[in-house]
Design a protein around this ligand. Sequence first.
Ligand code: ATP
Ligand code: MG
Length: 573
Amino acid sequence: MVDSTDTANDDTENKKPSNFLRQIIDKDLADSTVQSIVTRFPPEPNGHLHIGHAKAICLNFGLAQDYQGQCHLRFDDTNPEKESNEFIKAITDDISWLGFQWHGDIRYASNYFDQLHEFANQLIEKGLAYVCDLSAEEARNYRGTLTEPGTNSPYRERSVEENASLFAKMTAGDFDEGACVLRAKIDMAAPNVNLRDPIIYRIRKVTHHQTGDKWCVYPTYDFTHGQSDAIEGITHSICTLEFEDHKPLYNWFLEHLPVPSQPRQFEFSRLNVNYTVTSKRKLKQLVDDAVVDGWDDPRMPTISGMRRRGYAPESIRSFCTATGVTRVNGIVDMAMLEFAVREHHNLHAPRVMVVINPLKVVITNYPDEQVESLDAPNHPQNESMGVRKVPFSKTFYIDREDFREEANKKFKRLVIGKKVRLRNAYVVKADSVVKDEHGEITEVHVSYDAGTLGQDPSDGVKPKGVIQWVSADKGVPITVRLYDRLFDQESPEKALDSDSGENDFMSCVNPDSFSELTHCIAEPSLLEASPEQVFQFEREGYFVSDRFDYRAGQPVFNKTIGLRDSWPKQEQS
Ligand code: ATP
Ligand code: MG
């Protein structure tokens, strides 16, 4: 559940703006159309959940929470060949990690296969369903187009008895896959093609992950969804806009079958985010082609990827709330998600010092063997997060980028002849450099001002810059994985292949989205990090201890996000 002890970020999360669905629910409760609400999240266990699903999860579970209703988790498992228990496990883990708990047991549409089969027989009895022997291609030709009506199947007028007997044979496995299907008898001339005698059962001789070999006929999504909603007493069946055209069919089944309740379907627009793709098929291709290292690669917009990247569930929830619920399709700027990630970690992540690209610095006027233990606050604005000890010694590392032999005034870091403040420590002045035979700087020699610990220099000249450092004697090497956006183009979904004219989102993959550094130096306190703990590496960004590549005392860190947005803003379309 949402952790009510969590402070500022959840305040923004809990400011839930009204939207058209809330208005509908308010009205339904006010006029007693329903006594309380029941929603559901209905994933197909054929892949991993992505940021778009997170939105549907936050919406369905969030509404149930806010209105003291219930939200069911129901796997829509009518395509056994593409589904697996591995996906079921991953999906339930993702939902729990996001902070939601479904009401009662995990449900499966396959729990209702007996009832659905009975419903199909009832349609046959009423003369509202028939077994059709047209091949898939023939059926397509009979179907008509968006502008022309379809043509009745030659099998449409089979008798009730014949249909009942043929459906029994289909169910018994007497026919091959594709030999025939069961169709609802609605209207081949309906302007909405979904009503042109849709298939409701087809033969699939495959083992199902829940029902094993019990069935060789499986109901279609359309025949399953509404009736499952009705069986579970769902009051508000919320889905994305592409199901709007299916609603007349959803309602047709509810009207013609003896269902125990009358759910209603409402649609909202899908969440699309720029600089990424939100389609299971495309995400699968990235995995299959080894562009990424699995579904939970930290660059993936999957929930497990974002988790591994170090995004907090609170950030994902507040982002989903902030994107609103509408019926207008649009594209949300990735920067909005990243803002929510930074906002949470800025409040909660302890600060530490890590040097990503080490350059050795020696203090010529500091005692050789001395090691001081300096106090460093864990959070500059939150004293309650405490103070840790950081060892300081004659030799330490700074980042290569923080030193120049010469620089103009804009460079507020270490420069020969100039002073800089070492975070949580002294002011030092750079005096000279040592170079190797290639002219590369290998060491910087500085002098320190012993009176500057927590105090300005006595000459009153305050250094402009503050840089992080790590003691060379006491610092520890760590592995850091740098991640950036997976796509470097704003609209990978719109990129076209010049030869085929097909979408070529693969051409938008950012070649610099991943690198691994093994020579970073961290203050020793970081070795105590537990898996999934997030830190702010001062001046570098937020980093998370990888949840899988973890050995006690040897964490590996994934870059979650830099401190500031370095990507161009979304173009206004
Ligand atoms: P994909 O298009 O990635 O294959 P899907 O819609 O086939 O996803 P389902 O498992 O059927 O995936 O989705 C479960 C629920 O999540 C559905 O109610 C669906 O409407 C919702 N959903 C999927 N993608 C999005 C999205 N981008 N924004 C909001 N809701 C989404
Ligand atoms: Mg789907």
